[in-house]
Design a protein around this ligand. Structure first.
Ligand code: ATP
Ligand code: MG
Length: 402
């Protein structure tokens, strides 16, 4: 077990305590620490109010002041310090109408989602565990703090968080928590798509994704999520950790007749491009019938992308897409071809549109793009050398200019 991050952050807790406040580590880092996993970021919870936190530490950033979170900068690291907080009523299934700063740890941990996430730990590594979270961790159980129906009705994101933790931690969902997830699932339609995407991204990547994905499907969760509601998710199998963008590409490749726009997921343009690149790659796989085809395929899609998609061949198979010949397409041949590609991109061709216009005396037009594609393929297949004089000669003989 690694204590290092807690040790580095200890002076912050000590300072708060020196000023007569209570201060604890809390949340995911304590859960992961108790599970013997490595921890990446720590959350600190304290009885000090944001004003009090700011008066104690010289360098702070008020990143979430209205809900009690102040970042404390200490020895070039930033730590999230949040005031003990209780929550008012919820009326929109996504956030409380108001939050109150309180002085009792119990009030703060009571509003947290799962027992395993509601454990506070002090500077001496003693845990303050009001809801038997450590016992649940030892038994691999995900259980809400308090009545699950109430907790999911308050904030439906907890349903998706629960399923995402099931995927990441391979824990079981306690029966009444599970039943409440099923009953409240339609409330996820009130969540912002950004928050849903954050959880789904982590879920598809988890090692236990098979089980949590089955749960999502059996709850009909996707019917309440933009973009996905247009697809038939019952046809999708996800049985191993799969990155989110590849998962989206598999869905699109399996059901190309569906006209759904990735913009509905509010993912970045780069992510959208990567999804459509993966999708085209998947769709092109069955068309690769010879070593020469494979050369063009490696050139077009890139070794890293291809190897990544092929590492998920089980997923492709299970979803009935991209049947391909392993005799032609395999890691060794791809590595070999990638190492020998005469050009890496269109820019590397030794002639350009201007050269062709000059040489052929034709007007510029769409033929240039077609010709460059033909030239590129011929170079990749080794039919012509990437040398200006050879290429111009080749154009004369092979390219029909209309
Ligand atoms: P991760 O390891 O993915 O960061 P985490 O449990 O730390 O998991 P965070 O989103 O970082 O998740 O949240 C920190 C803590 O805040 C949680 O452990 C939990 O105690 C509390 N929390 C977060 N989201 C909610 C929520 N929607 N409802 C109630 N408590 C929540
Ligand atoms: Mg966290």
């Amino acid at each position: 077990m690694t204590k290092t991050l807690f040790e580095t952050a200890k002076p912050i807790l000590e300072q708060l305590i020196d000023h007569q406040f209570q201060a604890f580590f809390v949340g995911g880092s304590v859960r992961d620490y108790l599970m013997g996993k490595s921890i990446h970021d720590i959350d600190i919870t304290t009885s000090a109010t944001p004003d009090e936190i700011e008066s104690i530490f010289p360098r702070t950033v008020p990143i979430g002041r209205e809900h009690g979170t102040i970042n404390v900068i200490f020895e070039d690291d930033q730590y999230e310090v949040t005031t003990f907080r209780a929550e008012g009523q919820y009326s929109d299934h996504r956030r409380p109408n108001e939050v109150y700063f309180v002085r009792e740890l119990y009030e703060d941990v009571k509003r947290r989602d799962f027992t395993m996430n509601a454990i506070a730990m002090d500077i001496n590594y003693h845990i303050h565990d009001y809801f038997e979270g450590y016992k649940d961790i030892k038994n691999n159980i995900i259980r809400t703090v308090g009545d699950p129906i109430e907790r999911f009705t308050e904030d439906a994101l907890r349903i998706l968080r629960g399923l995402r933790f099931q995927s990441q931690l391979s824990f079981n969902i306690e029966p009444s928590t599970y039943e409440a997830m099923k009953r409240s699932i339609q409330d996820i339609s009130h969540l912002s798509i950004e928050r849903i995407v954050v959880e789904l991204t982590k879920l598809t990547q988890g090692t236990n994704v098979e089980q949590s994905f089955e749960n999502l499907k059996s709850f009909n969760a996707f019917e309440y999520i933009p973009f996905f509601k247009q697809y038939d998710l019952t046809k999708i199998e996800l049985t191993e950790s799969t990155d989110w963008l590849l998962f989206l590409a598999i869905l699109k490749a399996q059901q190309p007749q569906v006209n759904a726009n990735l913009s509905e997921l509010k993912i970045s343009n780069n992510d959208k491009k990567q999804v459509s690149h993966y999708k085209s790659l998947i769709q092109a796989l069955p068309k690769v019938q010879s070593k020469n085809d494979l050369k063009v395929f490696v050139y077009d899609f890139g070794k890293a992308n291809i190897l990544h998609v092929l590492s998920h061949h089980t997923q492709l198979n299970k979803n009935n897409i991209a049947k391909y010949s392993p005799l032609i397409i395999n890691k060794e041949t791809i590595e070999e071809i990638a190492a020998q590609l005469p050009i890496m991109q269109r820019k590397d061709i030794d002639i350009n549109g201007k050269d062709m216009i000059e040489y052929t005396d034709k007007k510029s037009g769409p033929w240039i793009k077609d010709a460059l594609r033909q030239i590129e393929i011929a170079i990749i297949k080794g039919e012509v050398k990437n040398l200006k004089s050879d290429l111009l000669e080749w154009v004369k003989v092979n390219v029909k200019i209309s």
